[in-house]
Design a protein around this ligand. Sequence first.
Ligand code: BMA
Length: 386
Amino acid sequence: MKWPTLGGAALLSAWLAGCMPYAEHNPPAIAPSDPNATAETRALFANLHRLAPQAILYGHQDDLAYGVSWWAEPGRSDVKEVTGSYPAVYGWELGKLEHGAERNLDSVRFEDMRRWIIEGFQRGGVITISWHMDNPVSGGSAWDTTRAVYAILPGGSHHEQFRTWLDRFADFARRLRGLPPEGRDTVAIPIIFRPFHEWTGSWFWWGRRHCTPEEFIQLWRFTVDYLRQEKGLHHLLWAYSSDRFTSPEDYLERYPGDAYVDLLGFDDYYSHQREETLPFLIRELHDVVKLAQARGKLAALTETGLEGIPDSTWWTGKLLKALDHDADTRQIVYVLTWRNAYTIPGHFYAPYPGHPSAEDFRRFYAHPLIYFENELPNLYSLKTKP
Ligand code: BMA
């Protein structure tokens, strides 16, 4: 199959359309924003597009690394122990990689993470990566909101340091190679990369109150260009991921342009909790789906979950109710719940065997719209049509 690429004029019109909510591209190109994306990255993007109307992939953060009562045990997964399948999407987190640390901010060894990423990919799963990177100016955590974005932009006092951080990311990303399903040679594992997430909130140093839209857009574009052009990474799909948002205009406030984004996502840990707030979540789903469709992009609920899952029918009673609300909400390509860290106090977002919501989670698993890993077609080849 021949893939359209973005030339100069197309780039300009893509950028212009990026500034207008719901602007129709005529028709939007179904190709990654990186004209040099690897074959597997193109295949993943195209196959997720094809799957979007019929499937929502379930994802879980740190699924293979630990569960509520175990740590780093080969083959284990709370999700698998409850449903019989691994999740279809694996979320991983890089916080502390910027310092060349051995473990991330949640104590996961990067070498183990690499192994688990390869494992998940080789079983046909989808990999997404977030990065709670420390504050480059103050040296504090991602939650230290000392102004920093302006300082890491080209010409800024901490720009060289930021390049070093991206170099460390590039070294890690380059070593993510595995054998695709039915493949004979190892390839670069396509990654849905989701930096600077939840930017509509102000709890991280890249959040809304701590930088201007122009600074954020500049930071995003620099990051993409640097990793693509200078580090030669072509296995990344870029996820622009807000927190809760109020309108398409609100969502697009810091949109860096179609040439820099592949997936339109948002995180929402709130609107699914009660019947009365579900319409807010449904409206958000509609907005990202329509904005994504107009641009030939993917749409996803990039993070969600009910901490400690105190509602035993939350999976089908709330989450699925929103996802399966109508033909538009069903276009979301994946939903990811956060990590199973500990039970006291409950910081976990997927059930484990014996948890009161386990039975409902199995109903969620069995629903035809929801795909776990064991239902995935080969997403990394264009030969097999899902
Ligand atoms: C947050 C919490 C933190 C964790 C961070 C990065 O939402 O789970 O405990 O350190 O994500 O994984």
